[in-house]
Design a binder for this molecule. Structure first.
Ligand code: CP
Length: 300
């Protein structure tokens, strides 16, 4: 079985995954997985997900090999994404970790190959390990029950696969989601509050989750929309010292990365004590270790 969406997990399995991740944080681990191979297939750019899947695998003794974008591969000779994945699967690794855009249907792919696929960020469909590591980061703050958390996504909600995965994870774990940004960047989703003013959103939120404006995913028509200029976005929705000065001292600031400092986040937020962005990265390794472990050693 592949892991393409958090919807495939129940709450007990998610809790077990978090427990394994936390175990890996505190214990020296010597699992016997050194006969296993993970293929890292990244058709889209990545720093955190690719490197942390690799660190996670190496910490478990698992060997990795990498296809990193087009350069130097037969994609340059017009081989398709589908055929590329099928050929790598035919080499019989134990897991495929795949990042791709919406041109590749990972659900279809998972039926066509006999090696499990882990979703490492699939177009706008989802980024399940990101959502899981985000929530592990919030849980580790030990603020009590997750159902008291109200996470406000600020920015380009419409193009965010991270949001797609949180919309699946929130009902399972009980936290609430809100969206904040210019109307053109938001979507409608049942049970999700929308805020067109940052100050109103912050009054509601216990955690603020900043999102990069993903101009690379914009259609020509969206790019031509004057409402969506960067300057306009910055003046109304940038998280900066001024916007956050009166916000709760217990608030948490998250971002999936990469951050465009000066756009969605002002550089001074790097030093804000509520900023957990590098903790998210740390937890990314642990969640991915737990996932690889449960796929290759002990079923969830
Ligand atoms: N959060 C995230 O997916 O970052 P990368 O694109 O660097 O992997």
């Amino acid at each position: 079985m592949s892991f393409l969406s958090v919807k495939q997990l129940n709450t007990e399995q998610i809790e077990k995954l978090f427990q394994t991740a936390s175990f890996f944080k505190t214990k020296e681990v010597k699992p016997k997985l050194d006969d296993k191979i993970v293929s890292l297939i990244f058709f889209e750019p990545s720093t955190r997900t690719r490197m942390s899947f690799e660190v996670a695998a190496l910490r478990l003794g698992v060997k990795t090999h990498l296809l990193n974008n087009k350069l130097g591969t037969s994609l340059e000779k017009d081989e398709t994404l589908q055929d590329t994945v099928k050929n790598i699967a035919a080499m019989k690794p134990d897991l495929l970790v795949v990042r791709c855009n919406d041109d590749l249907d990972l659900a279809e792919m998972s039926k066509e190959v006999d090696v499990p696929i882990l979703n490492a960020g699939w177009g706008t469909q989802g980024h399940p390990t990101q959502a899981l590591l985000d929530i592990l980061t919030v849980k580790e703050q030990q603020r009590g029950l997750l159902n008291k958390e109200r996470i406000l996504f600020v920015g380009d909600v419409k193009h965010s696969r991270v949001v797609s995965s949180h919309l699946e994870l929130a009902p399972l774990l009980g936290y609430q989601i809100g969206f904040c940004g210019p109307e053109e960047m938001l979507i409608d989703s049942p049970g999700v509050q929308k805020f067109n003013q940052l100050s109103e959103g912050l009054k509601w939120a216990t955690t603020v989750y900043s999102l990069r404006v993903q101009f690379e995913r914009y259609s020509q028509k969206e790019k031509e929309n004057q409402q969506l200029t960067t300057a306009n976005f910055i003046s109304h929705f940038q998280l900066n010292a001024q916007a956050l000065s009166s916000w709760s001292k217990e608030g948490l600031i998250l971002h999936p990365g990469p951050v465009n400092y000066g756009v969605e986040l002002a550089p001074e937020i790097i030093k804000d004590s509520r900023n957990l962005i590098l903790k998210q990265v740390e937890h990314g390794v642990l969640v991915r270790m737990a996932l690889i472990y449960h796929f290759l050693k002990e079923q969830l």
